[in-house]
Ligand binder design. Structure first.
Ligand code: GAR
Length: 218
């Protein structure tokens, strides 16, 4: 299966997916990395691993539909079977979603449906939750509302800053995103309404929720 990753920034989740494919933990190829930001470090990561890159700047298109039509054209031309959003800071519209329904995943740095949108970690900290985490979900037309594939829980400590919590969550993002992608590639994910089931006995117990080991509090 051919995978495309969409990223707007530094691309550590992209790196986790690249590493997992190179280690044989994801049995698919990342064939394309698309960014809406020319300076995104994610593009350099991709290039270093010999992965084709493409910059699509929305400003260069008359409207969002044309921008997304070009995106669909590029993705189709590479026979992409799964799109992974990895820090892609743009809401996808119906043009892309309808063309790839059930084939787009996103990683979000909070336990959805809590704290969707921007700055999930800051929202969690300001709200005062004791447990946050991250979520891999399928993408639908809403903002971070699609069916949840896998989540990891991360404790929030009283001394946490946005940075310390974000980095603890990020470790788990890097752990669960490849798991979700590999389950999809193996055809083990079944969407039933809002619920995503993992086929296969072993993963149906361990695949859907990952509890992060509690690190020693500083
Ligand atoms: C990650 O924490 C990801 O969960 C978040 O952006 C960061 C990208 O980091 N995504 C969102 O907030 C989407 N709403 P990365 O570029 O190092 O992968």
């Amino acid at each position: 299966m051919n995978i495309a990753v969409l990223a707007s920034g530094r691309g550590t989740n992209l790196q986790a997916l690249i590493d997992a494919t190179e280690a044989g933990k994801i049995s698919a190829r990342i064939v394309l990395v698309v960014s809406d930001v020319e300076s995104a470090y994610a593009l350099q990561r991709a290039a270093r691993h010999g992965i084709e890159t493409r910059v699509l700047r929305p400003k260069e298109f008359p409207d969002r539909v044309r921008f997304e039509e070009e995106m669909v054209r590029v993705l189709r031309s590479r026979q992409v079977g799964l799109i992974c959003l990895a820090g892609f800071m743009r809401i996808l519209g119906s043009t892309v979603i309808e063309n790839f329904r059930g084939r787009i995943m996103n990683i979000h740095p909070a336990l959805l449906p809590s704290f969707p949108g921007l700055h999930g970690q800051r929202q969690a900290l300001e709200y005062g939750v004791k447990i946050s985490g991250c979520t891999v979900h399928f993408v639908d037309e809403g903002v971070d509302t699609g069916p949840i594939i896998i989540q990891a829980a991360v404790p929030v400590f009283s001394g946490d800053t946005e940075e310390s919590l974000s980095s603890r969550i990020l470790e788990q993002e890097h752990r669960i995103y490849p798991l979700a992608v590999q389950a999809f590639v193996e055809g083990r994910l079944k969407i039933e309404g809002r619920r995503v089931h993992f086929r296969g006995e072993e993963s149906s117990r361990s695949g859907e929720v990952v509890l992060s080991p509690v690190p020693q509090q500083p």
